[in-house]
Design a binder for this molecule. Structure first.
Ligand code: HEC
Length: 126
């Protein structure tokens, strides 16, 4: 009886191990795809001199303005985005103490990196 139990435990551990390995394998191949399409943090993500007009405004427009053209904080122009930058960064990085934004998921790593870079580069209105 005891031996049977141990065997069962071993079996489920093994199954768990295989599932974990499969998980890791699929993640790795996802990352490779991202690198090839140039949409990856280390690969094609351009964080040098991030432009408000070309990068930040479209990012907010496409992902946030459906709500935040009326929901507080309103984020429809440079002044409002700039003024709320710390809160935005906390929200899109899902940091504790901030409501995670956007509500349905998380922005691509590159978009988060670009927003953070824009803040660190002095929130230029460029
Ligand atoms: C589906 C609607 C929706 C979308 C899309 C959305 N938000 Fe929000 N957001 C809300 C709501 C609702 C609140 C909470 C407002 C409140 O309770 O005061 C909120 C709160 C916030 C806050 C305040 C968080 C805090 O804890 O201080 C920030 C900053 C914010 N959103 C930024 C964003 C950004 C940036 C995006 C886009 C990446 C985004 N939101 C997308 C609905 C949305």
């Amino acid at each position: 009886m005891l031996i049977l139990k141990i065997r069962k435990t071993m079996k489920s551990l093994l199954t768990l191990g295989i599932i974990c390995m499969l998980g890791i394998a699929s993640c790795t191949s996802d990352n490779e795809e991202d690198t090839f399409s140039g949409n990856n943090n280390n690969g094609g993500c351009d964080t040098t001199n991030v432009s408000f007009t070309k990068i930040i405004m479209p990012l907010i427009q496409n992902n946030c303005l459906s709500c935040h053209n009326s929901t507080s904080p309103v984020l429809s122009n440079y002044d409002q985005i700039s003024k709320n930058a710390t809160r935005i960064l906390g929200a899109i990085k899902h940091q504790p103490g901030f409501r995670s934004m956007p509500p349905g998921g998380k922005l691509p790593d590159c978009s988060i990196a670009q927003f953070e870079a824009w803040v660190n580069q002095g929130k230029k209105n460029n």
